[in-house]
Design a protein around this ligand. Sequence first.
Ligand code: ZN
Length: 441
Amino acid sequence: MSEGLFPGIQGAADCAGWADEAWVLMERLFPVCRSITGDGVRETLAAVGERLPLQMHEVPSGLPVFDWVVPQEWNVREAWIKDPAGNKVVDLSQHTLHLMSYSTPVHAHMTLAELRPHLHSLPDHPEWIPYRTSYYREAWGFCLPHRQLESLPDGTYEVFIDSTLTPGHLTYAECVVAGRSEQEFLVFTHVCHPGLCNDNLTGIAVATALAAELMRGAPPRLTYRFVFAPGTIGSITWLARNESRLGQVRNGLVIGLLGDRGPLTYKRSRREDAGIDRLAEYLLPRIAPGSRLIPFSPYGYDERQLCSPGFNLPVGRLTRTPNNEYPQYHSSADNFDLIDRQALAESMAACAALLRAADREACYVNLNPKCEPMLGKRGLYRPTGGGHPGAFEHALLWVLNQSDGQRSLLQIAQRAELPFDTVADAAQALERVGLLQLRED
Ligand code: ZN
């Protein structure tokens, strides 16, 4: 078995237990009424915090963050519509998607014609409830199945939303697994969606599983920073508060949408050939046959901010089917029926493989470059000559020959057509006997 992070995780089958634990966390989080601020985010992070040591951050409303401002905090206790007969026909307590996120408070009686502009539905999917938000424009609204909307009788409706939009805080959390180096691997996931499963509970659950496993294992080389923050405004706020230390981010992944049955999809960083891009290109076809690599685009999740030109961080994005590319996206059909445990486990294995490889990927310098060193006397070569050397012995020779401080282990693995972990194991063995030195950069 190779060395490095997540020992024993080679594929989806090895992550079945993680996926089961993730499922439990997702079931717990599904009914929580999340938004970009408020107690739903805190409750979500508290549940993650039972599994991980989290640093909580509360950033006050009104704080300027680049071109944006941390918004008012939104909380809601109750929201419903009563039909002319007094029956609650739409009720937040039945599904968190029924209320448009950030709805302002209201208590009024109105005709169906007056109510109609505040009702959102999906005519193409008449049984599903859409997900709608109004973060930056004060408004209120309800979401309901189109079939139900069409059947509402004329008459006077009572509308009640007991919400507050007040100066408060934006909440996010970090889990830091310290490594030997201050250079960081950043894992970013959003935590702002209410009753939706693939987007974004799978991201939260996968990040939680990875961080928990990392904490249990031997200390990594890189430092791993997991950020659980609301989408867009959360990453903007995080960037504003961490600008001075962004140079430490050596690699990163935005993760989400990791449980549907579509193929794993890696979206390159804006740099297109950052270390994480090259690792994903090499590893994903091996871990997850059928996976796809797509180019960078300035649309999607928090890579929009992390890869904005002023930062241009080496951060890619891993999803299965990307946002907006499956019909259930941002609707009540993004529920547990959409999630496949095997797909979730495969996503976890892919993340683990990427983190493990990123932790090992480096350039080394051969400290004995004049002729081959004698490996036998260092216990690294078979005592009996004449036979054909195995993959590990080939890897030793390749690493020694190519380690001029310029070629990385991944480049060596590709050139030698040897598995990355075999090459990394060889480098580790050579480093241990003093023949190889890590080139710090
Ligand atoms: Zn979303």
